[in-house]
Every structure is written in C-alpha cells, then in structure tokens.
Design a protein around this ligand. Structure first.
Ligand SMILES: NC(=O)c1ccc[n+]([C@@H]2O[C@H](COP(=O)([O-])OP(=O)(O)OC[C@H]3O[C@@H](n4cnc5c(N)ncnc54)[C@H](O)[C@@H]3O)[C@@H](O)[C@H]2O)c1
Length: 432
C-alpha cells in the first residue's frame, strides 16, 4: 500500500483517486475548487461517470480516500504525486502547461525524499524534464525527487472500467528503478506494462489520440463519399471491421469528433510537428476533414428545411460530445448549435445530462427538459449525440409535435426504415 497524492479532481484525477483507493492505496486528492472538494468529501460526485459514486463511497468509508483543497497539503505526505490538472489548448495550438507548472512550483518545497511525481495529464514531449526542472528550481532536491510520465487512456463514460482494466500501462522514465516503483501501484491490474524513455511515453499518448482521430475522420470521409456514390457506410464499416488489422472500433461516422481530448491533442501534436520542422500533412487533413464535417451537418440541415435557416425553429437532441458523459468541452453539438444560431435560426435543445450547463455556454440556445417538448413546432429534429434513450422514444409523438416530420440523424442512431414508415423524411450520415 502506498501513500498517493492526486492533484486535480476532474475526470482523470477523480477516477485515478477512487480507483487507486479501491486497489488499496491511501489517496489524498487535491483540487483548487473548494466547492468540489466539499462535495466530494460528502460523497457527492460532480461529474457523470458510471461506477464513480460507488467507488467514491467505498473510498470514503474505508478512509483510504480523502479530499483537500490545494496541492501542497496533499503532496507533503505522499510517496507518489499524480498531476491530473488541465492541459488545455493555447492560442498557438500548443498544450498550455501553466496549471502543471503552477502545481510543480507549489509542491516542490514540501516533497518528501524519494517521492515520484507522475505526469498523468496529457503533456507534450519534454514535459517530464520540464517538471523535473521546475521542481529543482522551486526547492525540491533533484536527486531525491523523480518525475515519470504515465499517460492516461481512459474514455469518459467508462472511465472507472477503463482505469481498472487498461489495455496497457505506459510508464516513461529515465530511471528503471523509479519505473518499477510506479508500476507497483498497478500491480493488481491485469495489464501489460510498457516502460519507455519519457519522450516515447509522451508521444504514445499523442500518437494514440491522433490515430483515433484519424480513424474517425477517415470513416467520415468514406461516409461522405458513400453518399455521393449510393453506398451504405454502415455496410462498408462492417466489411472493413472484420479485417483484424482494421477492427470495428472508431469506424462510426458522425458529426466529427470533439470532446476534451482529441481537438486539443491533435492541435498540440501539429504544434510539436511544426516546432520539429516536420510537415505532418496527414494530421492537418484529419483536422480539416473534422472541421468540414461539423459544417456538413449544418449544410445537411439547411437543405432539409428548404435552404433557409433564418427564422426557423430547430430541435436538437443531445449536446454532450458523446453519450454517457456530461462533458460539453469542444462538443460538435455545440459547434453546430452556434452555427445554426448565427444563421438566424431559433434553436431549442434537449440533453439528458448537460442541458442547463449548455444553455449557459451558448447564448441564445433554448434548453428544454423534455425530448418531445423540444420538437413542438420545429422545422426539423437533429440527433447530435448518440444517447441510447433517443432510440426508444415514441416517434408518433415526435412526428406530431414537429412542424414537419424531418430528422437529421448525425449519429446514425435511429432506424431509417421505421421512421420512414411513420412518415418521416430521414437523413443520416453516409447512408440513404
Ligand atoms: N477527460 C479525459 O477523458 C482524459 C483522458 C485522458 C487524459 N486526459 C488528460 O488529463 C488531464 C486532466 O483532464 P480532465 O478531463 O480530468 O480535466 P478536468 O478539467 O476535468 O479536471 C481538472 C481538475 O484540476 C483542477 N485544478 C486545476 N488547477 C489546479 C491546481 N493548481 N491545483 C489543484 N487542482 C487544480 C480543476 O479544478 C479540475 O477539477 C488533461 O491533460 C487531459 O488532457 C483527459
């Protein structure tokens, strides 16, 4: 059992905290957000994540999990300090490491001899050395405090499951004995552990996310081509996916990727490539296809309502960047909603998890709390997030509420045949 500090109680930090406590470690999780710490200390989970409430409650009642305000207090007692703070996109596309740097400066003076600081936030190549340097400059002994990269690959919506059943654990460190100590934290997990140099570990995270983004843009491009030649992208993706070299995952066309990771991580990797003098035109293409895919959804909707959005009422189902999360960061649905509003439409939306917050983020977006009510008098309905509950709604009611029975299904979630039999005009992505 180790004493672990986790700095940042967001999607990654909170998941890391509850899971490490579940694995038997003593975990002190710190955040700067006092309200978040107070709520977590009472067992209230501030984010939607399957399995988190149960493990939070388990950690609190076993007293292996505690929450504090401020990184310093947590780091002072730890053998391992996980940095799980945000690394958002800066204006030039690079990863903004200011939170990481601030935490490193804050904790440096209190770190105990032998402590390992672990970069779990997604940070570009060179960050392990950067954190080591800042710790040294801010009062930690370089010989006594070591830094390792341990990127996180969890998916929002299944973060607990992913953390406890990882495909792999990557540890980047120059010192093999430090890597072994970090790997022991994960001893009870059944996963391959890959120990690399720090730069390779940092690159593994960006390369993985860029590859997944590439798969999505690729299948979106194929979907667009399928529309032009009358093929069905679902059949195409199925036929491709049986090839084990390709696989089925991430071959679902849609409105383009979004979320808190792919957009910023692809931007940061492009920035790294520019700085390194490498023309990463493949990744440039992936990002451009994605940007165009958002636009394409707006164009489809415009065509479906007769070419003019101004003054029209439009209904949206789903605002989060994917289903089973309440995360709205860089959600394609919000990009699309803003475009529709800019074009003069009246936009009304329903989301099962994040409607209210979305309304606060997008001025002019009307939020309603019922999937039928959102449809009343709308010229078309657009499905923007693949929430499972949308499949099972009463489409007679939906049709009767809409001004015209028109559906744009950007996630290919619904059954076109069934909807057409009910009198809907249905349009999906990459299929007729
Ligand atoms: N969200 C994901 O699916 C995911 C997956 C893998 C990796 N990552 C990476 O993990 C990192 C964190 O992402 P996230 O989604 O958990 O972010 P988040 O915004 O959900 O959480 C970050 C938390 O850190 C806290 N924080 C900020 N500055 C702090 C400070 N100085 N001291 C203490 N706490 C501080 C914030 O209040 C917030 O609660 C990012 O680098 C991200 O790219 C995210």
């Amino acid at each position: 059992m180790s004493d672990v500090a986790v700095i940042g109680a967001g999607y990654v930090g909170l998941t890391t905290s509850v899971c490490l406590a579940h694995l038997g470690h003593r975990v002190l999780c710190a955040d700067i957000d006092e309200e978040r710490v107070a709520r977590l200390s009472k067992g209230e989970v501030p984010i939607l994540e399957d399995g988190l409430p149960e493990l939070l409650s388990e950690g609190l009642s076993s007293r292996r999990l505690t929450f504090v305000v401020g990184a310093r207090q947590a780091a002072a007692r730890a053998n391992f300090v996980f940095l799980c703070v945000p690394t958002p996109q800066a204006d030039d596309g690079s990863a903004d490491l200011s939170s990481v740097e601030a935490v490193a400066r804050e904790i440096a003076p209190v770190l105990r001899r032998g402590t390992v600081v672990i970069n779990k936030s997604t940070m570009p190549v060179g960050s392990t050395r950067l954190v080591q340097r800042i710790l040294g400059e801010s009062g930690a002994s370089i010989e006594e405090v070591r830094v390792a990269s341990n990127p996180e690959f969890l998916r929002e919506g299944t973060s607990v499951q992913d953390f406890l059943n990882p495909n792999r654990v990557v540890i980047g460190c120059d010192d093999p004995s430090v890597a072994v100590r970090v790997s022991e934290l994960y001893r009870s997990l059944d996963a391959p552990i890959l120990v690399t140099d720090p730069a390779s570990a940092e690159m593994i995270k960006y390369a993985s996310n860029a590859f997944l983004a590439t798969k999505i843009s690729f299948v979106n491009a194929i979907a667009n081509l399928c529309e032009a030649v009358d093929a069905d992208v679902r059949e195409v993706a199925l036929g491709m996916g049986y090839d084990q070299r390709i696989g089925f995952e991430f071959l679902h066309p849609g409105p383009g990727y979004g979320g808190s990771c792919f957009p910023k991580d692809t931007a940061a990797l492009r920035y790294t490539a520019r700085r390194a003098g490498y023309a990463f035109s493949l990744l440039d293409g992936v990002v451009e296809v994605n940007r165009r895919q958002h636009e394409r959804m707006v164009e489809k909707l415009t065509a479906l309502v007769g070419g003019e959005l101004r003054g029209r009422t439009l209904a949206l189902w789903g605002l989060t960047f994917k289903a089973n999360t309440d995360d709205l960061r860089d959600s394609p649905a919000l990009v699309i909603a803003r475009r529709l509003l800019d074009a003069g439409a009246h936009v009304r939306a329903y989301d099962p998890a994040a409607g209210e917050r979305a309304g606060a983020i997008v001025p002019g977006l009307e939020i309603v709390s019922d999937p039928y009510e959102v449809c009343i008098g709308a010229a078309a309905l657009s499905v923007l997030t693949e929430w499972d509950e949308f499949r099972w709604l009463d489409f007679d009611r939906v049709r009767d509420a809409l001004e015209a029975p028109v559906v744009l299904d950007t996630r290919n979630l619904l059954d076109p045949g069934a909807l057409r039999r009910l009198g809907f005009t249905y349009e999906g992505v990459g299929r007729s």
